[in-house]
Design a protein around this ligand. Structure first.
Ligand code: ZN
Length: 292
């Protein structure tokens, strides 16, 4: 099934574009939820066809978002990037149409003035840089790159202590931005424009933030990795393998779901496959994502 890499939303006056880098990657749910089975996935019929296969594999996309607000053009995360050496083969040496897609979406890289990373995992920082003549250089040379101070400090600590198995992305996607003098370190609560602000959603990583868009009475939230897959709505407090602090991730998800359930706030999931967005609705003792 061919899915367009690009999708647009309008939240009041704010333009949002999604650029997919790796589409609808299928994997066992046990990757995300320990010991869980395809049968568990299959019971939630509403996950098909967008978020799960009929066989019960979960589907995840790797994508980022570009926003225009008050004349500013910003990236919310920057995907995996090209030419990378990564832990999993699927992410190594990617050659995609990402930069062309970004321009086609109305966001040419040279015009981006702000890059915001919800957190500093490899699949959210990759296109911060690109390889030019053997050197990693900022992809968005006109931009200020906003890194959460707590998040950045955490990764520096991990590097200094050897506390994490996969730190290569700091070398190729973070350090060159700092060396170029383009980085600003911000608190977890931060206003980018009067329409776009960040709020802390810790757990997946300590300094993780989500993005709140409010314009002309319309609202949306870009989740980041506070939640990876809509199946987590069925039991937000269930621990997720990908969270660095699992109890905190569970608390954050529960609070998030209760805050936005049955509201008009559009939830845009950073790893949710097309259509990528929906509304959280209560479903008995549980919740689900309504996509239309
Ligand atoms: Zn991610």
């Amino acid at each position: 099934m061919a899915v367009e890499h690009i999708k647009h939303w309008k939240i009041g006056d704010v333009e949002v574009a999604r650029i997919v880098e790796v589409n609808a990657f299928e994997d066992n749910i046990a990757m995300l939820l320990k010991d869980e089975t395809a049968q568990f996935v299959r019971q939630f019929k509403w996950l098909q066809p967008h978020f799960a296969t009929p066989e019960g594999l979960m589907k995840l996309s790797f994508q980022c978002f570009a926003l225009r607000s008050r004349g500013r053009s910003m990236m919310i995360d920057t995907c995996i990037g090209a030419d990378r050496k990564r832990e999993f083969d699927v992410f190594c040496n990617l050659r995609t149409t990402f930069l062309a897609d970004l321009a086609a979406a109305g966001f040419p890289p040279a015009k981006i003035d702000t890059v915001l990373c919800t957190h500093l995992h490899f699949d959210h920082v990759g296109w911060n840089t690109m390889l030019v003549d053997g050197r990693w250089v900022p992809t968005f040379p006109q931009a200020r790159y906003l890194f959460g101070k707590a998040e950045f400090d955490h990764w520096v600590h991990l590097r200094n202590t050897g506390g994490y198995h996969d730190l290569e992305h700091l070398h190729d996607a973070i350090d060159p931005v700092i060396a170029a003098g383009l980085a600003d370190f911000i608190p977890a609560e931060f206003r980018v424009t009067d329409e776009v602000s960040l709020f802390p959603t810790p757990g997946h990583t300590p300094g993780h933030v989500s993005v709140h868009i409010r314009s002309r009475g319309e609202e949306a939230v870009i989740t980041g990795d506070m939640m990876h897959h809509p199946i987590q709505l069925t039991d937000p407090e269930r621990h997720a393998n990908f969270d660095m602090d699992k109890p905190q991730g569970a608390l954050t998800r529960r609070a998030f779901v209760e805050r936005f359930e049955n509201s008009r706030v559009l939830i845009i999931g950073s790893h949710f496959c097309d259509p990528t967005s929906g509304w959280i609705v209560r479903d008995g003792q549980s919740w689900k994502l309504r996509t239309e």
